[in-house]
Design a protein around this ligand. Structure first.
Ligand SMILES: C=C(N)C(=O)O
Length: 126
């Protein structure tokens, strides 16, 4: 049965969506913008900082279900500009040791609220 996940440790949704949903062992996060828990968008910060904030939001949602980075199955990164790939990739790599999740990283033209990127993930939380 579907359940929605909600935590104060990740930013509130900026639209009609849940921070995450789960059904059995699979958890699906919404795309995480580089928003702080106070709702501040870090769009003027570096791509590295925006990557950290979006990933920290993903991790906070996982933590709500007692999960962590090792439980991630797939991550999708939507970039405003593919030229930001290397900077994002370097920061992203610091979050994972061995056996990182599958990942796709694509340029999408633009990301909501003028952010440099948005990150969504699927995890096994059983
Ligand atoms: C930011 C989003 N995840 C959205 O608008 O769907």
């Amino acid at each position: 049965m579907k359940r929605t996940i909600s935590t104060d440790d990740a930013p509130a949704a900026v639209g009609a969506y849940s921070q995450a949903t789960t059904n059995g062992s699979l958890l699906f996060t919404a795309g995480q913008l580089p928003l702080t828990t106070d709702g501040e968008l870090l769009d003027d910060e570096s791509v590295a900082t925006q990557t950290e904030q979006s990933l920290d939001n993903v991790m906070a949602i996982l933590a709500e279900e007692g999960a962590d980075a090792s439980d991630l199955l797939k991550v999708t990164i939507f970039l405003d500009d593919i030229e930001d790939f290397d900077e994002m990739n370097e920061t992203y790599g610091t979050y994972f040791d061995a056996e990182p999740p599958a990942r796709s990283a694509v340029e999408v033209g633009s990301v909501p609220k003028g952010a440099a990127l948005e990150i969504e993930a699927i995890a096994d939380v059983e």
